[in-house]
Design a protein around this ligand. Sequence first.
Ligand SMILES: Cc1ncc(COP(=O)(O)O)c(C=O)c1O
Length: 369
Amino acid sequence: MSISHMSNQYARGTISATKPFIPPVDEYQNMVAEIMNGGWLTNQGPCVVELEEKLKKIFNVEYLLLVTNGTIAIQMALKAMKIQGEVITTPYSYVATTSSLLWENCVPRFCDIDPNTFNIDASKLKGLLTNETKAILATNVYGYPCQMEAIQNFADEHGLKVIYDSAHCFGTKVNEESIMTFGDISTISFHATKLFHTVEGGAIVCKSKEIYEQLKLLRNFGHTSPTTFGSMGINAKMNEFSAAMGLVNLNYVNEIMIRRKSQWDLYQELLAEIGLHGASYELEFNKAYFPLVLKSEEFLLRVLTEMEKENIHLRRYFYPSLNELDFLPIYDACPISEDISRRVICLPLYHELTESDMRFIIQKLGSLC
Ligand SMILES: Cc1ncc(COP(=O)(O)O)c(C=O)c1O
């Protein structure tokens, strides 16, 4: 290793694919002290209640429940609406979208994606419809909205429920409306690496009071009183320390989102200088991730190896295409998703990432092209 290489690496440190936002420690410590003095650590404590109220305003929704993570949120959505049978879903998402369906004994049927948005191509939904189809579970992947109107029209025409996995969508709006207002139920993840986080956590938003009451039961073992149970349930309650992290992070989320957008635009500019370009999205969105589709899987593997040597960790996000998992009951061919998932990486994107780091990443990428 040359001296210039070594000094570069040590001066720069590791560039991860993603890093959690860490708020000022004293702000969080003050919240922790309050929680500990009060002695109420979980079971719908004051921080959870306050965060739920704040998120309802931010998402402009009436019914919202905080839960322990974005995966259980999807499972509870399926359970609350008693969905059993086939569910049309996306092959291009994190594995939690598919595994939630399998966990709830549903059969995922995969609809191929639009190569420009990476979301379900609504014109292909019809090809997946059978007498067993009960719902659509679509991911607004990377925070970018699906074809909401086309999906809803198709669902209405065929009597299907719509669930949006909006795990990546904090802050995304569609025609000025919060993306969380779409579908029968929307779920979101507040995992540590998300734009807004509660360390681990998530939320479910629904339109109907009846489903909301059902979700509340599901979240807390089915309890209707200490000794009575209205239904089967699970433990999906968020604790106070997670909710407190969310309350502190809410003070910074606007700053995070503004910075994220400028980082995203800078990547586009820098890529253009080396003859590459990121996704050509038409609509505004939260720009939570920066996917980059490379020319071949072989090139992608070379990029990963060479970047590792510079201490730059890129993420194959998403790979594999979920229709190719080998524990599925039915294989549905999705050539576009299969092709893109072999060639896509997400460039590092997090609040702390500096302009100099970004220039370094793209300069290195350019040298490999
Ligand atoms: C698209 C998608 N759905 C669901 C999840 C699951 O969320 P969680 O990690 O909070 O369980 C993730 C997690 O990253 C995700 O990316």
